[in-house]
Design a protein around this ligand. Structure first.
Ligand SMILES: [Mn+2]
Length: 257
């Protein structure tokens, strides 16, 4: 079962939003990271699909993760699959990753490749708590999400798929059946309950065409690290020596790439 990680001590944290097969933006972002003394590099998920370089983006991130245990890729809704026999069945659509692998790696042992890929997807945490400060996640939250105890499938679904809206409460999300949007009241309650200041998430590059956007009275920051929707790609550099910042303060650490 996927986990939520907690970070207690960190000076500087770099956060990447959705990549969606945009290898160029990923490498540009990493060039900035290399110049910084960074405690953690956290990816908020959605590595493949939409853009042309899904397999290459995954390979790049896996390599960085092997080289440095402080590289933490999270699970996005585009890393949510079932393994049935040797077939990877996505719990989302459209999926381009599988066809890109089959086209680019003809002659490979796909049974082994897809099993390894599935194991990697399943190993990814679904969120990071930066103690007393931030909640980093792909999609968002819901009133069902609990940070203590075991995560169930409903909670995981909400973490991977939810979107913030300015309408109070929880409402059906047009992304699909059973998915929700959450209002500023849900955010406020969640942050208060866990003594956190701000939610940092991705999942909506179309809403973050300037690389980021702020919602819920400065309590939610959405970032994007992909250009596949025509917007700007950005990374977020968090100076964690500072006291907890809201989304407007955090956004000063946005670097366009
Ligand atoms: Mn997503």
């Amino acid at each position: 079962m996927p986990k939520i990680l907690e970070i207690k001590d960190a000076d500087k944290i770099v956060v990447f939003g959705d990549i969606h097969g945009d290898l160029d933006s990923l490498k540009k972002g990493y060039d900035i990271v290399k110049k910084e003394m960074v405690s953690y590099i956290i990816f908020l998920g959605d590595y493949a699909d939409r853009g042309p370089y899904g397999p290459e983006v995954i390979e790049f991130i896996q390599k960085k993760q092997k080289e440095d245990s402080n590289v933490i890729p999270l699970k996005g809704n585009h890393e949510d699959y079932e393994l049935i026999g040797s077939e990877l069945i996505p719990n989302f659509s459209p999926c381009d990753l599988i066809s890109q692998y089959k086209r680019k790696l003809t002659g490979s042992n796909f049974k082994v490749l897809f099993k390894n890929l599935y194991n990697w997807f399943e190993s990814l945490p679904v969120a990071v708590v930066v103690k007393d400060k931030y909640f980093l996640v792909h999609g968002g939250i819901s009133s069902k999400v609990k940070l203590k105890g075991t995560l169930d499938r409903n909670m995981i679904q909400d973490l991977l798929w939810s979107d913030p809206t300015e309408i109070k409460g929880e409402h059906p999300n047009e992304r699909g059946y059973g998915l929700i949007t959450f209002g500023p009241d849900i955010t406020e309650e969640f942050l208060k309950k866990y003594n956190l200041e701000t939610i940092v998430r991705s999942h909506e590059p179309r809403k973050a065409l300037e690389g980021y956007t702020v919602e819920h009275n400065g309590k939610v920051l959405t970032i994007s690290s992909t250009t596949v929707y025509g917007g700007k790609a950005a990374i977020l550099i968090i100076n964690n020596k500072k006291p907890a910042m809201d989304a407007y303060e955090l956004a000063k650490g946005i670097r366009l790439i």
